[in-house]
Design a protein around this ligand. Sequence first.
Ligand code: TMP
Length: 209
Amino acid sequence: MSGLEHMPRFVTFEGGEGAGKSTQMRLLAERLQAGGARVTLTREPGGTLMAERIRALLVTGRPDDLDGRAELLLMLAARVEHVRGLIRPALARGEVVLCDRFADSTMAYQGFGRGMDLEWLALLNRFVLGDLLPERTLLLDIDPGAGLARAGRASGGENRFEQEKLSFHQRVRAGFLELAASQPGRFRVIDATGEVAAVAEAVWEAYRS
Ligand code: TMP
């Protein structure tokens, strides 16, 4: 694949609601495929049969339908199945894996959003992932007010998290930015407020940088 041999192969997209992650992921995939790469697109929670079943429990209904601990353990259970059933096999086949949310969402939502202990969460993520870490994490940053307005239009009923207060989403955003600042080698922060094409260009540059 011309010029892309040394580019990251496990890439995660992170950010708040309505940041445009899935659109941007698709556009990056098209660009990589045009360069000859084989690309797997996936998402969390979800990505395999069982993980998608768990997702349905997590993203529908009311915020209080699940205790925060149950929510956390379901997120992790879905991740175990996803890593084992889809991500590791795709990487082993030499594919580029683009994942819409991953372990950093647990730190941002359950940690910064719900107030769970960050050290614990990091340990649990390590328990689930072993040595697997994204090589590049693209954080699409947007003001939660603007993001929620976009997400509301596209949610299709998967809105258990969107129903949380604005202050929750503001903590999540600040958390993501803090995670990015603490791991500058892996993270790139992208302003997601602009036009789709302009954000796509920034994503491409951030992927290659
Ligand atoms: P999505 O709608 O962006 O696909 O994500 C579903 C929701 O799940 C989103 O609001 C963020 C939340 N989430 C967590 O709270 N913790 C996690 O670890 C992950 C992967 C997602």
